[in-house]
Write a protein that binds this ligand. Structure first.
Ligand code: FAD
Ligand code: NDP
Length: 521
């Protein structure tokens, strides 16, 4: 650890620190003697989008700096370089999802001849330590990559001084001024705490904390019903914890609702409790340390209460724009969401200031879109490219215990855009081969392809619910992006025996009314 700390100090390089008094109000103070700015590109935010953009610009030979600073969560959780995905998002989430899936495989194992003494206890502390160690190795990897590409990294919180200058404030209060010809804002977002719920901030945690808990969260109430809520509730249940999801409306808003219902149906049949149509009003700590939650059941109007060890708020995210002093640079934000407004070139209201990733209005909040947008932006700025980021047909997967992968339009969207008569939906209920021997229930394993009805039947959307949905969906996303038709999918030879082959075997349309259950081989 001591060696790592020394190496980190070396990687940090020499800072041009200023005392706050000197730094304050010196417009253009960060310009060199010849009047030139410090950097060709300054990236604010060292997460998925910012790091990708900075590395690409450096590869193209430009002088680049990245500033990244993690404000600890209200519970005091803090982490290193890499942003949400690496530290408190995709990576720890997928590893904990994997930990939960392993529990299911251990239960299957005796059916396949393994002599495993049941039940097998799970050690949260051990899992968390392993996950956190991996995350720390990624933090380190990012620092090394920046160093190797000669990207200057500053661990400071940035705010604009003017449209070419940013003031960075380090943990101890030291300040630095940095100027650049181009500035990219990639500051992402943070979890929202619900307003008007007494005790929410005091006693609740968010996805910024859950992956860094040293001890098991125990009996948990997860409030919310989208990606974060269902994924976290899914792995907590899978790890054997008593888990309840409180949802005020529908699950997975914006997704195909038939698929969303199957996701929650599967979770409920595997032990996750659901409180539907309920909103919390108060959290208070009982003398024994447990948390008592009071809620309103919006359908009956009655009040309910329950006791939990942990309350996890998963009620959406807010953009990290408040401390950026955007008004000093003249960068416009949406008055409703406070997200940054950009055009198709990711340019803000100030032509040389750009924004990418979660902080931008109307963009998918996903790592691969932030990364691709960042790379393409750098190539346009410094590589002579004119290629724009295409946000259409972005594939995604919800890593619930039964994974849900999709790309393109939901059935509802397709019908709304093209009309019921012009849309054909092919579907199948299938049983993964590996479910057969242990006798796993496959009621929710389902795939549907939403197509135009007119030949050759352009595929508008694909929805896959089953094991490894992310792996399945990624490949088909290429075809759908390229404008594949139903006829072409049907001409594709399957790989047997897999779950993916169910997609190329979709013969039953919803309109036919025939039973879509796959039988036989
Ligand atoms: P971020 O990665 O959030 O990076 C922003 C960085 O800027 C942070 O380090 C922040 O601390 C820093 N910063 C903020 N303000 C300042 C400032 N003023 N000065 C300096 N630094 C600042 N996406 C997927 O594709 N797949 C998944 O499986 C997935 N799972 C997720 C699970 C969870 C629980 C969550 C919360 C998100 C998940 N996401 C997933 C979404 C994904 O993490 C984000 O879309 C992605 O990280 C956004 O990247 P970004 O570059 O916009 O911002
Ligand atoms: P979302 O904004 O997608 O969903 C918020 C959820 O919280 C909704 O179910 C919403 O209900 C509910 N909610 C909002 N306010 C309240 C309230 N006051 N009380 C009760 N419930 C409330 O947020 P997430 O944090 O789940 O996800 C953010 C983004 O992160 C996603 O859009 C996704 O792009 C990304 N992500 C991606 C993942 C992946 O790729 N696998 C995984 C996790 C996150 P209602 O519908 O009624 O408004």
């Amino acid at each position: 650890m001591a060696a790592m700390a020394a190496a980190l100090r070396a990687l940090g390089g020499r800072f041009r620190w200023r005392t706050p008094a000197v730094a304050g109000g010196v417009r253009g103070a960060a310009r060199g003697a010849g009047g030139q700015r410090d950097y060709d590109l300054l990236v604010i935010g060292g997460g998925s989008g910012g790091l990708a953009c900075a590395k690409e610009a450096a590869q193209l030979g430009r002088k680049v700096a990245v500033v990244d600073y993690v404000e600890p969560s209200p519970r005091g959780t803090r982490w290193g370089l890499g942003g949400t995905c690496v530290n408190v998002g995709c990576i720890p989430k997928k590893l904990m999802h994997q930990a939960a899936l392993l529990g299911g495989l251990i239960r299957d194992a005796p059916h396949y001849g393994w002599e495993v003494a049941q039940p097998v206890p799970h050690d949260w502390r051990k899992m968390a330590e392993a996950v956190q160690n991996h995350v720390k190795s990624l933090n380190w990897g990012h620092r090394v990559q920046l160093h190797d590409r000669k990207v200057k990294y500053f661990n400071v919180k940035a705010g604009f001084v003017d449209e070419h200058t940013v003031r960075g404030v380090a943990k101890g209060g030291k300040e630095i001024l940095l100027s650049a010809d181009h500035i990219v804002i990639a500051t992402g977002g943070r979890p929202r705490y619900p307003a008007h719920v007494e005790g929410a901030l005091e006693y609740g945690i968010t996805s910024d904390d859950i992956f860094w808990l040293k001890e098991s969260p125990g009996k948990t109430l997860v409030v919310g019903a989208s990606y974060v809520a269902l994924e976290c509730a899914g792995f907590l249940t899978g790890l054997g914890l008593d888990t309840t999801v409180m949802m005020r409306s529908i699950p997975l808003r914006g997704f195909d609702q038939q698929m969303s219902s199957l996701v929650t149906e599967h979770m409920a049949s595997h032990g996750t409790r659901f409180l539907r149509g309920c909103t919390p009003s108060q959290v208070r700590r009982l003398p024994d340390g447990q948390l008592q939650v009071t809620w309103e059941d919006c359908t009956t109007g009655k009040e309910g209460t329950g006791t939990f060890s942990t309350v996890l708020w998963a009620v959406g995210r807010v953009p990290d724009t408040r401390s950026l002093n955007l008004e000093k640079a003249g960068v416009d934000t949406s008055p409703n969401t406070q997200k940054i407004l950009v055009d198709s070139r990711e340019a803000t209201s100030v032509p040389h200031i750009y924004a990418i990733g979660d902080v931008v209005e109307g963009r998918p909040e996903l790592t691969p879109t932030a990364v691709m947008a960042g790379r393409l932006l750098a190539q346009r700025l410094f590589g002579g490219s004119s290629a724009l980021m295409d946000y259409d047909k972005v594939p995604t997967t919800v890593f619930t215990p039964l994974e849900y992968g999709c790309v393109g339009l939901s059935e509802e969207e397709a019908v709304a855009r093209h009309g019921q008569e012009r849309v054909e939906v092919y579907h199948a209920h299938y049983k993964p081969l590996e479910f057969t021997v242990p006798g796993r229930d496959a009621s929710q394993c389902y795939v549907k392809m939403v197509c135009l009805r007119e030949p050759p039947q352009l595929v508008l959307g694909l929805h896959f619910l089953g094991p490894n949905a992310g792996e399945v969906t990624q490949g088909f996303a290429v075809g759908i992006k390229c404008g594949v038709s139903y006829v072409q999918v049907m001409q594709t030879v399957g790989i047997h025996p897999t779950c993916s082959e169910e997609v190329v075997k979709l013969r039953i349309s919803k309109r036919s009314g025939l039973d879509p259950t796959v039988t036989g081989c």
